[in-house]
Design a protein around this ligand. Structure first.
Ligand code: MSP
Length: 523
């Protein structure tokens, strides 16, 4: 680089640009080249002892929605969205035995079911990793060998309680009054065996420092505080191998031990990450129940292995269904596929993501969802698109009222110019919500746009106005189309199946398209 030039890297709403600047400090426009940032978005990998329910779909849909947002912003090639299945668990062996099947064929069948479910409900993942795959085993061995070589793994004796439901060791203080696991209501197994341990305690100070340096290591704040106080309460070394486990990845240096399922599962993110550029821009999405694994053990493992820690982690809340915890015994477990049969994929996505804010706990009320679908999708956005296109066909023979900046000083077009500004502000707010992962607020912003359009229709009644003042009525149609375009842009992330139909109705040339039904009313 000549001494007269320097490279400036600057960021504009998530994009980075590299520009050479000459002596006078003016940007050399010809050289200014966009270097797009990358995003690696992940969901937890799901246990295959069960089939997907809407609790799992919740995180997967949120991740897919964010991936769609970032693809729109950074370009498809700069976003990599990963999901998959966690298969090296005792739960899996038990579930296969209960089904009377061999482990591997059972795993293949259930993993395929997870993958197909996501495809069927419109999840556009870039990769689906299974922890029984060779590529994962290789990465696990690489990382464990490095950690071992660093002296962070030692052999010891473990005596204590293990809950297979949680796939976690429980402290005596963590069991309930009956001596049961508080989550699974079952007595944990008492184990006494030779295990290998990871020196988690060694990383306590480095973890605190990491949290201080990177506020995004875990959001929202209440989750971060929980994890911080857990670290401050003192970290103990953790057992990372099981001597008697039937299934799992053997330790590279001692094949008689299988690696503890969480220690292998977390590594899936690394096994499937396509490049270091993506790795540096990792966003892990997870439930609030698994923050200690992701924000304490995982960064410590990475530090030990000399790999950079995740840029961002976000823990969402848990939801109940109609006020009750979803459970097989209560018979209230809902399959995302059943819900999609009735309300369509966009309906499920919107219903789940709008019931409560992403970082909070909440309730998914089926009755409220039904109402929301009929009022805001079928009767709201769907009806609005239908009405506007039908009216433009009727009064303007389908011809799109063109916006001409030369008109911005004249009559009603002044209002149009202001409206364009307002819509830009709404769009900027929408972007901000997506970047903050405030998915419910982003959905509200889309409905806000719909309300504005409905208000305009009801106030101006262009079907009456047209007979009195066709020019003003035409401008009202132009303003309505502006709102429809904004809703369609937002829908590319929030209602991805309806979005292409919306654009077809808005039309791309001189004319609007034919009206069609976006959302069927649900009975
Ligand atoms: N296999 C581990 C994750 C390993 S990631 C390296 C696991 N699997 S899980 O299938 O039990 O849960 C996966 C995710 O589903 C968790 O993030 C959990 O929070 C989420 N949910 C399961 N039920 C849920 C609700 N009812 N509500 C919201 N999320 C829920 O943990």
């Amino acid at each position: 680089m000549s001494q007269h030039q320097r490279i400036d890297i600057f960021f504009v709403m998530g994009h980075s640009f590299a520009c050479k600047t000459n002596d006078s400090g003016r940007k050399n426009r010809g050289f200014c080249k966009k270097m797009r940032m990358k995003k690696f978005i992940t969901t937890p990998i799901y246990y295959v002892n069960d089939v997907p329910h809407i609790g799992h779909a919740y995180c997967t849909l949120a991740a897919d929605t964010l991936a769609r947002y970032w693809r729109q912003k950074l370009g498809k090639e700069n976003v990599f969205f990963l999901t998959g299945t966690d298969e090296n668990s005792q739960k899996t062996v038990d579930a296969a035995a209960a089904a009377g099947e061999e482990v591997m064929p059972y795993l293949d069948a259930i993993a395929a079911r997870w993958k197909e479910t996501w495809e069927e409900i419109g999840i556009d993942f870039d990769d689906f990793i299974r922890t029984t795959e060779e590529r994962h085993h290789e990465t696990v061995h690489e990382i464990l060998t490095t950690i071992h070589g660093k002296g962070d793994i030692y052999k010891g004796k473990y005596e204590g309680l293990y809950c297979t439901g949680c796939e976690a060791f429980l402290k005596a203080s963590e069991v309930d009054e009956n001596g049961h696991c508080p989550h699974h209501k079952k007595a944990p197994n008492r184990v006494e065996e030779d295990n290998y341990f990871f020196r988690l305690s060694k990383y306590q100070d480095q973890l605190l420092e990491l949290f201080e340096k990177n506020p995004k290591l875990l959001e929202p704040e209440k989750r971060r505080n929980e994890v911080l106080s857990f670290i401050k309460s003192g970290l103990e070394d953790i057992s990372i191998s099981r001597e008697n486990a039937e299934f799992g990845i053997p330790l590279p240096w001692d094949k008689s031990h299988k690696i503890y399922v969480w220690f292998d599962a977390l590594i899936n993110y690394r096994s499937a990450c396509p490049s270091e550029e993506f790795w540096d821009n990792t966003l892990h999405l997870l439930g609030k129940d698994i923050t200690r694994f992701h924000c304490v053990i995982w960064p410590a493992m990475l530090m030990s292995a000399g790999i950079s820690t995740p840029a961002e982690e976000y823990a969402h809340g848990f939801f109940t269904v109609d006020g009750e915890k979803m459970s097989k015994s209560l018979g209230n477990v809902i399959s995302p596929l059943d819900l999609a049969m009735k309300y369509g994929n966009d309906g499920v996505r919107l219903g789940l993501l709008s019931s409560f804010e992403f970082g909070n706990d909440g309730d998914f009320s089926q009755e409220q969802f039904h109402d929301l679908y009929n009022k805001k999708l079928a009767g709201g956005i769907g009806n609005l698109f239908n009405r506007v296109t039908v009216l433009i066909h009727k009064f303007l023979e389908g011809k799109k009222p063109a916006w001409d900046p030369m008109n911005s000083e004249k009559g009603e077009w002044v209002t149009m110019a202001k409206e364009r500004q307002a819509v830009e502000n709404d769009m900027a707010l929408f972007h901000q919500f997506m970047e903050d992962k405030s998915l419910r607020a982003a959905i509200e912003e889309m409905f806000h746009e719909m309300n504005k359009a409905n208000l305009l229709l009801n106030e101006k009644e262009p079907w009456k106005l047209f007979k009195v003042d066709p020019e003003v009525a035409t401008q009202v149609f132009a303003r309505l189309l502006l709102h429809l375009e904004t809703i369609a842009k937002m829908s590319e992330t929030l209602l991805p199946e309806a979005a292409p139909k919306m654009w077809k109705m808005i039309g791309d040339g001189e004319k609007v398209g034919e009206a069609e039904i976006l959302f069927q009313r649900a009975e």
